[in-house]
Design a protein around this ligand. Structure first.
Ligand code: FAD
Ligand code: SIN
Length: 529
């Protein structure tokens, strides 16, 4: 494929990417590279909804307080303020553009309750909110004449020249290599759930943006914080389909093999405790009882269940289960990555010209644990904010001189004969870097992943190798970060350090390839270039 030149390069096509593309529509030529079909990221699969303080009983301050509480002492308060203050504006904009969120009979927007939210604040389109948002954003992006979307284009590395990111190398659908040069580049590549054997994430969620940014020298933060959703469908041979927290928000409860509720005894907040606590309680109950754990909706009217949760009901039906009547076997699965490429309030990474937004980024809004339905909001708000900052950056710095195929490749790995299989990586991560962690297992994972990393083939010419490289690189970073944090906080649980320790660990674990590894207490303002 030919090399490309543009003003703005966006890698990914989820909510963060599309909202950024819309923001940049009038400011130059934008190219969007996405490695699969247009809607293959997590955004289109989002179920429960998007949180924003639009209700009468709500306020950005209350939303911020809930977000900070869920984040377990590690959120960046200034980033949370941006999220919750700008959230209503950008969500209302979606409504003005035609988003079909559910409404009450009197026409007001219907707001759902989810765990750790103190009021109803989750806008939703039945149980397929992401599909509706994706439909709307794609409709708008398709009408933009200066935005070109290239599907099946896999970004493999950032191009870096003189300390500035000037675009990305990519492979097209035929495996041919190209360079896309741009004044400003945005990574919006989503999460990394595919690192784990059990995950709710789609196949594209392999952490590519993190691996790309790391190899290019950008700084990572908080990578030890992986959110495990408590209720993925747990049927042999069926995908780990998400059973939205909104089910429990509407009255579904967890029971054990004997049909007995256990969350009231496991946690003061019961079935609506924060996700990490519910996920661990489920795993403990399964181990204690030797049986499975189930979600039951038997106290809800079946008509309501079918109308409110048609997508989930259909997935259960495919697995031979009736959502309204049967007990549905559930278990935890990797769902969301709180950490990522470290960004400031404008979405700027520590590498000039490179921006990141959405799940790939660590803006600090989620801290150690994300509040339900805050991720779509983060992508929406910080996608737009990054677009504004990219426009400014491009105006100040101009387009780089393109150097087709010759820009310094950020990483060249030695060619070796063999590496791990993808399922070996996923099994190891699930076992040793999963829901329950301890020093010896993390150290073993770090060492094994380190050996695997050294054995990887160069990623640049082969999509399968690129995928494996991303998994191993991000797995290494995650295991190292998790080993360093000797406490338990939010989603990171160390059985050898079971308490939260604010004296030593109210800090961020950071790492960059340029030799900087840190325990960073001072990450409160914009990153200076
Ligand atoms: P994504 O939407 O994941 O998009 C990433 C894009 O990058 C994809 O298009 C992918 O193909 C592309 N890409 C990746 N690597 C490359 C590469 N190397 N080259 C080119 N393209 C690449 N959050 C909520 O707030 N509310 C919910 O109700 C909710 N429900 C969820 C349900 C499920 C099943 C899942 C998996 C997640 C859910 N989440 C929810 C989380 C939320 O959906 C995601 O965090 C969010 O959509 C991420 O958006 P994004 O734009 O950052 O990335
Ligand atoms: C869910 O619907 O439970 C997922 C919501 C989220 O990830 O925020």
């Amino acid at each position: 494929m030919a090399d490309l030149e543009c003003d703005f390069l966006i890698v990914g096509s989820g909510i963060a990417a599309l909202r950024a593309a819309i923001e940049l529509a009038d400011d130059g030529q934008t190219v969007v590279l996405t490695k699969g079909g247009a809607e293959q990221g997590s955004t289109a699969f989002a179920q429960g909804g998007i949180a924003a303080a639009v209700g009468d009983a709500d306020s950005p301050e209350l939303h911020a307080a809930d977000t900070l509480a869920a984040g377990d002492g590690l959120c960046r308060p200034d980033a949370v303020r941006v999220l919750t203050t700008l959230g209503p504006r950008y969500v209302r904009e979606l409504i003005d553009w035609g988003a079909r969120f559910d409404r009450e009979t009197d026409g007001r927007i219907a707001l759902a309750r989810e765990a750790a939210h103190s009021v109803r604040r989750v806008l939703h389109a039945r149980d397929a909110t992401g599909r509706e948002i994706s439909r709307l954003l794609w409709q708008r992006v398709s009408a933009l004449t200066r935005v070109r979307v290239i599907e099946h284009a896999l970004a493999v590395d950032a191009v870096v020249a003189d300390g500035r990111c000037t675009g990305a190398r990519y492979l097209d659908g035929q495996g041919r290599q190209g360079v896309a040069s741009a004044a400003a580049t945005l990574l919006a590549t989503g999460g990394a759930g595919q690192l784990f054997r059990e995950t709710t994430n789609p196949p594209v969620a392999t952490g590519d943006g993190i691996a790309i940014a790391y190899r290019a020298g950008a700084r990572m933060a908080d990578l030890e914080f992986v959110q495990f959703h408590p209720t993925a469908l747990d049927v042999d041979g069926a995908p780990r389909f998400l059973l939205s927290e909104a089910l429990r928000g509407e009255g579904a409860v967890l029971v054990n093999e004997a049909g007995v509720r256990f969350m009231q005894h496991a946690d003061p907040a019961g079935d609506l405790a924060p996700r990490d606590r519910v996920a661990r309680a489920i795993a403990r109950e399964a181990e204690r009882s030797g049986g499975r754990v189930y979600l039951t909706l038997e106290d809800l009217p079946p008509d309501f269940v079918q109308t409110r949760f048609p997508t989930i009901a259909a997935a259960c039906a495919r697995a031979g289960l009736d959502l309204a009547r049967d007990r549905i076997p559930v278990g935890p699965a990797a769902h969301y990555l709180m950490g990522g490429v470290d960004v400031d309030l404008d979405g700027r990474t520590s590498l000039s010209g490179l921006f990141a937004a959405g799940e790939v980024a660590c803006s600090g809004v989620h801290g150690a644990n994300r509040l339900a339905s805050n991720s779509l909001l983060e992508g929406l708000v910080f996608g737009a904010v990054a677009g504004v900052a990219m426009r400014r950056w491009a105006a100040e710095n101009g387009r780089p001189v393109p150097s087709p195929g010759s820009g310094a490749r950020a990483s060249v790995q030695p060619e070796r004969a063999s590496g791990p299989t993808e399922s070996e990586v996923r099994d190891l991560m699930w076992r040793d870097v999963g829901l329950f962690r301890d020093g010896p297992r993390l150290a073993r994972a770090r060492d094994t992943l380190g050996e695997w990393e050294a054995a990887l083939e160069p990623a640049v010419s082969d999509p399968d190798a690129a995928r494996l490289t991303s998994l191993v690189t991000v797995g290494c970073l995650m295991a190292r970060a998790a080993l360093r944090r000797e406490e338990s906080r939010g989603a990171h649980y160390r059985s050898d350090f079971p308490e939260r320790n604010d004296i030593d660990w109210a800090r961020h674990v950071t790492e960059s390839r340029n030799g900087e590894t840190g325990i960073d207490a001072g990450r409160t303002g914009p990153i200076r270039h």
